[in-house]
Design a protein around this ligand. Structure first.
Ligand SMILES: [Zn+2]
Length: 301
């Protein structure tokens, strides 16, 4: 009896240590890269040019804000809140446009922790989706295809929605969020290697964060180059530190973390004049806006 009394603090300590170690393994450590992910800028440029006028500019709408604990964003980087943004971008020519990602509708966004939505920005996104010649997606998660899922009249945007076969077939696409029949009316895009959506806008597959993840390369008439990387990086710190999300990302989202780690390595080696746009990074957004790389607010709708 006396021996048992002496043991229980050690048992308790053992349990605590186990919980800490397990917790560290689940939320505190990043994966090592598997293989090499290749971003061939010459091939992207060749696919972008020579097919017609390149776009004039890029516009962005900040549809909303939310927050996650930092260690879920950059493995092992503390438990303080990390602020994130929900963005939609628009590539603009004088007489047409392409929308990149559609964030999510105000009702759906209430599920995001600490979320705050700009409904006027979302209204402009809805108008832009109807007017676009194409709507493309960095991946199929609900905070990127949500604008399509929430569309009041899916038939008004069905022709321009360009979801890939991998995005439409993905178990990570939240099919119940869409109106009945909305997805079935879409024509899947199948491609290998690179695919030119419009002069200056090129897709490259990048499965890892989700099966349907892809890079979207944009080259403007000015020669400026942009690479939309979606959620491969939730913050550009993921790229600078070459450190991705912790194991819990695999548990919750089925993420191929080793594949993402290889992509982060490739992104970290890009020259500085390729402007990488991570989908949820408010710090990078403010820096890019201050540098005049693109402008906030969809215009001419
Ligand atoms: Zn996202």
């Amino acid at each position: 009896m006396r021996t048992g009394r002496r043991r229980w603090p050690w048992i308790l300590l053992g349990v605590v240590v186990l919980l800490v170690v397990a917790g560290y393994a689940v939320v505190g450590t990043a994966a090592a890269p598997r293989g090499e992910y290749v971003i061939d800028l010459s091939a992207l440029h060749a696919a972008a040019v020579g097919k017609g006028a390149l776009p004039d500019r890029i516009e962005v709408e900040r549809i909303g804000d939310f927050a996650f604990p930092r260690t879920l964003v950059v493995a092992g980087d503390g438990l303080h809140l990390h602020h994130m943004v929900l963005l939609a971008h628009r590539v603009v020519w004088p007489d047409h446009s392409v929308v990149i990602d559609t964030a999510m509708g105000p009702a759906a966004a209430k599920k995001m922790p600490g979320s705050h939505m700009d409904t006027a920005a979302y209204d402009r996104l809805e108008a832009a989706m109807k007017k676009a010649t194409a709507i493309v997606f960095t991946h199929e998660h609900v905070d990127h295809v949500g604008g399509v899922a929430s569309a009041a009249d899916p038939s008004a945007i069905a022709k321009q929605v360009m979801m890939t076969r991998e995005q439409l077939d993905s178990p990570r696409l939240e099919r119940p969020d869409f109106q009945p029949g909305a997805l079935e009316h879409l024509q899947p895009l199948s491609y290998e290697g690179l695919y030119t959506v419009a002069p200056g806008v090129v897709l490259q597959k990048a499965p890892g964060h989700s099966p349907g993840s892809q890079l979207i390369y944009v080259e403007l008439a000015s020669g400026q180059r942009f690479l939309f990387v979606g959620d491969i990086a939730w913050t550009k710190d993921n790229i600078a530190l070459r450190r991705g999300r912790p194991y819990i990302a695999k548990m919750l989202m089925g993420e191929d973390r080793e594949g993402v780690a290889a992509q982060l390595t490739a992104l970290s080696k890009l020259p500085d004049d390729v402007h990488v746009i991570a989908a949820h990074d408010p710090v990078a957004l403010e820096k890019d806006l201050a540098a005049g790389l693109y402008h906030q607010g969809f215009t001419g709708l």
